[in-house]
Write a protein that binds this ligand. Structure first.
Ligand SMILES: O=C(O)CCC(=O)C(=O)O
Ligand SMILES: [Fe+2]
Length: 238
């Protein structure tokens, strides 16, 4: 299916390309729909309720992200508003800020030869500040922690917060980016069920200059947008 905005279409191609890049035990059979602005094109004709649902949800995600950004600043001994000032234009378009709301759909594998254990979203960390992740009860998401993969078993009513690469750089490795992947569940009933998740990738405003907060001079400051483009170019060499 051709997706209605060029942003989402490009990203889908990128996601599919990752299939070839990262691992042989990976079949990235999933669909992603990305939104970077509430003014973007919505599939109103095919899914009239989608625009309304997203328009209600995204401001709540921004609000929750701001609360977390405040907590983060407190935890690091910074002025409470430090990170908020760097994230003022979330979901106002990717030309200003790369924050993205993504709905993900992993189709049923009932009619497929893809077996339990195969990666359906390859090992990676997200690129920005942090990601709010909501998953249904199918499972399969795993986090690499302490040298092993640990199941992020779905807990109803919870939001998973994954640290992104940029926050790792910003905090000089105090908060390490969360390495994660999604595998096809062992249980046949779950393998046969479609899985859905929602991700809210939080990024600073494009022109925010980021350098390690510990004052380390080992890295030159980089704009949030340049960092994102660098990560894209490292991941998608095609
Ligand atoms: O579907 C999930 O639970 C994770 C998706 C994800 O990690 C991503 O799209 O970056
Ligand atoms: Fe991710």
């Amino acid at each position: 299916m051709r997706l209605p905005t060029s942003d989402s279409y490009t990203l889908k191609i990128m996601e599919l390309t990752r299939t070839r890049l990262e691992s042989k035990n990976l079949h990235e059979v999933r669909e992603a729909y990305d939104i970077t602005s509430l003014d973007s094109v919505f599939p109103d004709k095919h899914l009239p309720e989608f625009r309304q649902a997203i328009s209600e949800l995204v401001p709540k995600l921004c609000k929750l992200s701001h609360r977390l950004l405040r907590c983060l600043a407190k935890a690091l001994g910074l002025d409470d508003e430090y990170f908020i000032r760097c994230h003022t234009m979330m979901c106002q378009g990717s030309d200003k800020n790369a924050t993205t709301f993504r709905t993900l759909y992993y189709p049923s594998l009932a009619d497929s030869a893809i077996k339990a254990g195969v990666e359906r979203c390859g090992r990676h960390s997200d690129y920005g500040t942090f990601t709010l992740l909501f998953q249904d009860d199918i499972g399969g998401l795993e986090i690499f922690s302490g040298g092993e993969w640990v199941a992020a078993t779905p807990i109803p009513g919870t939001v998973l917060v994954n640290v992104g690469d940029l926050l790792q750089f910003w905090t000089a490795d105090r908060y390490l980016a969360t390495i994660h992947r999604v595998r096809v569940p062992e249980e046949e009933i779950r393998r046969r069920s479609a899985r859905q998740s929602l991700a809210f990738f939080v990024h600073p405003d494009n022109d925010v200059m980021v350098s390690p907060l510990n004052g380390s001079k080992n890295h030159s400051p980089i704009s949030a947008l340049a960092h994102l483009n660098l990560r894209y170019s490292q991941t998608y060499k095609y």
